[in-house]
Design a protein around this ligand. Structure first.
Ligand SMILES: Nc1ncnc2c1ncn2[C@@H]1O[C@H](COP(=O)(O)OP(=O)(O)OP(=O)(O)O)[C@@H](O)[C@H]1O
Ligand SMILES: [Mg+2]
Length: 473
């Protein structure tokens, strides 16, 4: 910028003065200096114009009718849209107390009357420079905020699809189970009613209790049978049921096999029931077993959801201070749980963890973002099929983490760009190109660690070096 020109000839200046001659003099001078000038004669007009157009500086007289300079200044400072526009107070030399008051209220500088062109230029220039710097700083902060926002979304995006799937499966199973329970309960009630119509002996009631126990335990631990044995047993039991005119034998036989019974044991367990009581007894047993199995399924589904939520909470270090004594293995394992949906496609994970690896002082949640980004890249590079090896070990005051894959490798001409923000070789919409940049910032800036890559076709290894204590290294 040429210092002889005000604001590089781009300054937009508002003059607020009730004295016409002052307005004219100042306007003429500033226009000569290539500034864009507007002039108003009172505070009210000033605020109106300020809301209509952008200005870089306001030259403000203090003593004015209608609304004085103090009021204009106070209102500008209260207004988020106006508070950052620098104000230079125009003052007579005997108004020094008022000037001090204006500076205290947030005015940038003051300009004594009568105007001295050299002083005016110096003050305006200083003011414009400061404003430009402030504007620059603000736009930088805004960009930074947007970048942080996209960073968060970038890591979140990697997890959310897989997580939704991981949570959806057990949730859907639990819901299905609850639905089927309704039918099973109706069946068992019907069977109960039928049984109650007959006077069951004490022995028969005791046997029912025994069968109920069996159904309960077998629903959780069914017998392990190979397919052939299972089908042989089912056939034999179907014949047994057929011989006793039990309706729907093909429906009940699989349940009886699941209870661990064979045709011989059927005689032993059910021989005491008559042709009339046997069918409702078996319908009741079938219903009981179905209910216990469904309950076990629902229990398992809910348990899986709880486990995932627990891992997720631990993954984001919910309710914990940002810096803690981090167990690196726990972080890696939680990340694997989070990425299970993607890993399931066909990735084998080998973990070579050094036993008793010391905890490190670190930002746990951020480190998990690093593991997520690197493992996600590895899965992507291998198209979901291959091997990932995680290795940890201590080296003096450092903890080393290596994450390797046996994918196609990173081409040599790309290797020095992968940590740049927005660098990606993926199709639009598939990658933001922020994963490794975020990881680099987290390791190098936040933890004063190191992250390097060694890659050739068939092997890519990311090595992360973290100090045991933050601030060292
Ligand atoms: N294990 C790897 N094998 C091969 N190439 C890789 C590997 N890791 C990273 N890359 C390359 O580095 C590029 C940058 O990775 P980065 O994680 O920063 O962004 P991205 O994966 O493309 O997008 P996202 O922001 O969604 O992670 C990738 O596009 C890919 O070309
Ligand atoms: Mg990535």
């Amino acid at each position: 910028m040429n210092d002889d020109q005000l604001g590089g000839a781009h300054g937009r200046i508002l003059i607020v003065d009730d004295n016409r001659l002052n307005r004219l003099k100042l306007s003429r001078y500033l226009e000569q200096e290539q500034c864009t000038v507007a002039a108003v004669e009172n505070g009210r007009d000033a605020l109106r114009v300020l809301h209509q157009e952008p200005f870089d500086i306001v030259l403000l007289d203090i003593m004015m009718p209608e609304m004085d300079g103090f009021e204009v200044l106070a209102r500008m400072k209260r207004d988020v849209h106006l508070r950052d526009i620098p104000v230079i107070v125009i003052s007579a030399l005997d108004e020094i107390d008022s000037v001090v008051r204006c500076i205290e209220m947030g005015a940038e500088d003051y300009l004594p009357k009568p105007f001295n062109p050299v002083l005016l230029r110096a003050r305006l220039n200083a003011c414009l420079q400061k404003k430009k710097l402030r504007d620059l700083e603000r736009s930088y902060l805004q960009q930074e905020m947007m970048l942080r926002q996209s960073e968060k979304l970038a890591t979140l995006g990697k997890l959310s699809a897989g997580m939704a799937h991981e949570l959806n499966n057990p949730a859907a199973a639990a819901q299905r189970g609850a639905e089927q329970l309704k039918t099973a309960v109706a069946h068992i009630q019907h069977a109960h009613q039928q049984l109650h119509q007959h006077q069951l002996t004490a022995g028969q009631l005791a046997r029912m209790a025994q069968l109920d126990q069996l159904a309960q335990s077998r629903a959780i631990h069914p017998p392990e049978l190979d397919a052939l044995t299972r089908s042989d047993r089912e056939m034999a039991i179907e014949e047994w049921l057929d011989g006793r005119a039990v309706p729907n034998p093909w429906e009940i036989a699989p349940t009886l096999v699941n209870l661990g019974l064979d045709a011989g044991e059927m005689d032993e367990m059910c021989g005491m029931f008559t042709a009339v009581t046997l069918p409702p007894l078996l319908a009741w047993l079938h219903g009981s077993y179905t209910i216990y199995s469904l309950l076990a399924e629902i229990h398992e589904g809910a348990g899986r959801i709880t486990a995932i939520v627990k891992a997720l909470k631990s993954y984001v270090y919910l309710d914990q201070a940002p810096v803690q004594a981090v167990d690196v293995h726990e972080g890696l394992d939680n990340t694997l749980v989070m990425l299970r949906g993607k890993l399931k496609q066909g990735v084998t994970v080998h973990r070579h963890y050094q036993p008793d690896l010391p905890r490190i002082e670190a930002y746990g949640s951020e480190l998990n973002q690093v593991w997520t980004n690197i493992i996600d890249n590895a899965i992507g590079a291998m198209k979901g099929q291959g091997e990932i090896t995680l290795r940890t070990y201590q080296e003096g005051d450092w903890v080393m983490v290596e994450i390797c894959d046996n994918g196609p490798g990173i081409p040599p001409d790309v290797q020095d760009k992968i940590f740049d923000p927005f660098f990606t070789t993926k199709a639009p919409g598939e990658g933001t190109g922020l994963g490794l940049n975020i990881s680099h910032n987290i390791i190098v800036q936040k933890h004063k660690g190191k992250i390097t890559v060694d890659s050739h076709p068939g092997q890519t290894c990311f090595q992360i070096k973290l100090p045991l204590r933050l601030g060292k290294g």
